[in-house]
Design a protein around this ligand. Structure first.
Ligand code: SF4
Length: 481
């Protein structure tokens, strides 16, 4: 019988996936094994996902970022979805969720798994609704069939909204925005119309057995997450969280890895308490948060409003941040939105890692700062979180090659460049001495997980181009913005 990463870790085995994760994070493989064995970290790795480069999600490791892609009723093209997958990985997504609800669901999912070096997540209730025609028509058999099929197809983790119970629904009555999770609203309608308990809850152990067989990781969905600041931290949200804690322990009893999803929209001053509460209730299972948005007033900029909350959530201990794009609440993201959302979230994740003193995280900042002070423009671009964006911005005003050697840029100009003036002052035989940087990234503790995804380091997993059915694709560029 195939055993899960959790079962193997508990048995004392350091699997190849754990060794690879240790290499990427620059940590001791035994530490990785212990974290997985204790349920404090997960390695989502379906045993048939052969293209996967294993990664880890846990509060002791680099904060990870998820990007959602997927089609809708209005748009459906498997090749377009592969382009989005490629763009997401190129700009640094650590995992990708395929939230497709349109046509060709199987073809899209299978193509994604076959080509993705990062874990693929899904929300199987979406396919169940599609096949049933409407939420109330979903049957237990159909739900289990869909989940099992997706597990066989190689999906690494699935959002299962098993914590939304009938008794929780009245607790949402006084909210401003009701139930905003798609999965939560579908299940609420199912329970109301069928007058029965959530089938994902009643069938949870059957799902655990399927997940154990394929080593699929639970992402326990927060179907009652707040959809606005006014609804944050309310009774409905925390009642569901208590159930998610119970389900976490049930999944662990079956040897299945678990992470738990979190809000949503939360005022800044409540975020740390939310993270701490999840940690206590769910015994330290990794927390995977959507944002949260810290204000509701900026549609069009919700990659910013949510990245602010995500930074605080990461600092407080959230292990993975689900990105939000500028299109949140407004429309289906295009590739350019994926790039903007990922940049915002890579920044949030790294800022949290620096604040949490993750081994080696600050070395990246120090190396870039030294390149900046030394006017080593090419190295500064290479080290940038989005090298292409940094290069393009510099080229807009000073495109010539000679300006890549210049001791100024167009922001302050040659005469007023403070770093040039500082260097000249230090060259005078006076009180100040020359500054000599010394960060050597090659010998630092910063592993793959702490370095820019498209920088000058190991970019083997983010090729500049991919070929799909004879057509070559490149990630979105500024020309497409
Ligand atoms: S001109 Fe100003 S912004 Fe540009 S390198 Fe000098 S100090 Fe920095």
């Amino acid at each position: 019988m195939v055993r899960t990463q959790l079962q193997r870790a508990r048995a004392g085995e350091t699997t190849p996936a754990m060794k690879r994760v240790a290499e990427r994070e620059n940590r001791d493989p035994e530490f990785v094994r212990e974290q997985v064995a204790e349920g404090q970290a997960v390695i989502p790795a379906n045993r048939v996902h052969s293209a996967l480069d294993p990664m880890v999600i846990g509060r002791e490791f680099a904060t990870k970022v998820n990007a959602n892609i997927g089609n809708s009723e209005e748009t459906s093209d498997p090749r377009e979805e592969l382009r989005k997958l490629h763009t997401a990985v190129h700009y640094g997504a650590d995992t990708v969720m395929d939230l497709s609800t349109g046509e060709d669901l199987d073809a899209i999912r299978e193509a994604n798994v076959a080509r993705s070096p990062v874990p693929i997540g899904t929300v199987p209730i979406y396919e169940a609704v599609k096949r049933a025609g409407e939420p109330a028509a979903i049957t237990r058999e159909l739900l289990l069939e869909v989940i099992e099929k997706q597990a066989r197809q190689g999906v690494d983790y699935m959002t299962i909204h098993a914590g939304v119970l009938m008794e929780h629904l009245p607790l949402t009555d006084g909210r401003k925005t009701g139930i905003v999770s798609r999965g939560g609203s579908i299940l609420a309608q199912w329970m109301e119309e069928n007058a029965m308990q959530n089938p994902l809850y009643t069938e949870f152990e059957a799902i655990c057995r399927m997940f154990a067989e394929h080593d699929v990781t639970f992402s326990l969905g927060d179907g009652l997450r707040p959809g606005c600041l006014a609804d944050a931290s309310d009774e409905a949200q925390f009642a569901e969280l208590d159930t998610l804690g119970e389900l976490t322990r049930t999944a662990w009893d079956h040897g299945v890895q678990v992470m738990v999803e979190g809000p949503g929209h939360v005022p800044m001053d409540e975020i740390a308490a939310n993270v701490e509460r999840q940690r206590e209730v769910c015994d330290g299972a990794p927390f995977y948060v959507l944002g949260p948005l810290v204000t509701d007033v900026a549609p069009g900029y919700d990659h910013v409003t949510s990245a602010i909350g995500a930074t605080e959530a990461g600092r407080a201990g959230a292990a993975m941040l689900c990105y939000v794009t500028p299109k949140e609440h407004l429309g289906l993201p295009e590739e350019a939105d994926v790039r903007e959302g990922l940049a915002a979230y890579r920044i949030a994740a790294h800022a949290a890692d620096v604040a949490n003193d993750l081994p080696g995280a600050r070395d990246w900042d120090d190396a870039l700062s030294e390149a900046r002070y030394e006017f080593d423009w090419r190295r500064q671009f290479d080290l940038a979180l989005d090298p292409e964006r940094a290069r393009e911005s510099h080229d807009q005003s000073l495109p010539g090659d000679n300006y890549k050697e210049a001791r100024f840029c167009s922001m302050c100009g040659a005469e007023f460049c403070s770093m040039r003036i500082d260097q000249d002052a230090r060259a005078v035989d006076g009180e100040m001495t020359a500054i000599d940087g010394g960060t050597d990234l090659d010998s630092s503790r910063a592993g793959d997980a702490n370095l820019p995804p498209t920088g000058s380091h190991d970019t083997s997993r983010v090729p500049d181009e991919i070929e799909i059915d004879g057509v070559r694709f490149t990630p979105v560029s500024s020309a497409d913005d």
